[in-house]
Design a protein around this ligand. Structure first.
Ligand code: AP5
Ligand code: MG
Length: 236
């Protein structure tokens, strides 16, 4: 463990630092849980979808190209995504403390590239958030996001305090452009074809932990943290 870790509060049992991937189908709660894990382990949350949405908001040339893929529910080509993640992982926070990768890898080619990027170290654990398809469809239909800062809401369970206005930054709270019926169907198809093979790929490498992603948010977080800590402490 590097000596310059920014630790949790004194006396906290949390051992900061972790190299984590969160897998799961669309709406499984990857982003929701990744934010919590990032705070818990004091590591950056690296979400490829968020990176692309920020590029789209900025209106950059890259964002214009990314928008075509995202709005249609298609995957951004591997070489582009791998380049983005490789660059981000060279930053000091990620290279020294670790990371929570959310939405990457999602093809076997991306998983192989990640393994090469990380050598000689490796991931601590890959969390596979397991949620039935019927439940993710309900979650995606009720998801709302802030168009400025990306904060996540859901109606009616966790709406912004003022309807349509973000609690965090005052931005507009809207439905995500790829939460249309057609794009969701395409994203779930691509999950089955391109991403679900990663479950066995990581299982064969003894890195996979499948966690029940249903139930209250705190309970899901507790299940994930218990599993990560068991592995970090070498109990698995
Ligand atoms: P990305 O942004 O990663 O989207 P996704 O994979 O479709 O997943 P979501 O963000 O929709 O779901 P989530 O699992 O994060 O769920 P959330 O926490 O929001 O990628 C978008 C696009 O970018 C891709 O389609 C592709 O075009 C491109 N892209 C990104 N990465 C790529 C890559 N590696 N390669 C190629 N292309 C790439 O939760 C969903 C809702 O459920 C929320 O409202 C939340 O509040 C609620 N919720 C969460 N947990 C619970 C719970 N326990 N109970 C009840 N509700 C819950
Ligand atoms: Mg997400």
């Amino acid at each position: 463990m590097p000596s310059d870790l920014i630790g949790a509060a004194p006396g906290s049992p949390v051992v900061p630092g972790a190299r984590l991937v969160i897998l799961g189908k669309q709406g499984a709660g990857k982003g929701t849980q990744a934010v919590r894990l990032s705070r818990h382990y004091v590591v950056p949350h690296i979400a490829t979808g968020d990176t692309f949405r920020a590029a789209i908001r900025s209106g950059s040339e890259f964002g214009v190209i990314a928008k075509r893929y995202l709005d249609a529910g298609e995957l951004v080509p591997d070489d582009v995504v791998i380049g983005v993640v490789k660059e981000r992982l060279t930053h000091r926070d990620a290279s020294h403390r670790g990371f929570v990768l959310d939405g990457f890898p999602r093809t076997v080619g991306q998983a192989e590239a990640l393994q090469t990027i990380l050598e000689p170290s490796r991931l601590d654990v890959v969390i596979n958030l397991d949620v039935p398809t019927a439940a993710v469809l309900t979650r995606l239909a009720s998801r709302r996001v802030c168009s400025s800062c990306g904060a996540n809401y859901s109606v009616p369970d966790n709406p912004p305090k003022v309807p349509g206005i973000c609690d965090v930054c005052g931005g507009d709270v809207v439905q995500r452009d790829d939460d249309t019926e057609a794009a969701i169907q395409r994203r779930l198809e691509l999950y089955e074809r391109e991403t679900s093979p990663l479950v066995s790929w990581y299982s064969e490498r003894s890195l996979l932990a499948t966690i029940d992603g249903t139930g209250p948010l705190d309970e899901v977080t507790d299940r994930i943290v218990d599993e990560i800590d068991r592995r970090k402490l070498g109990a698995v």
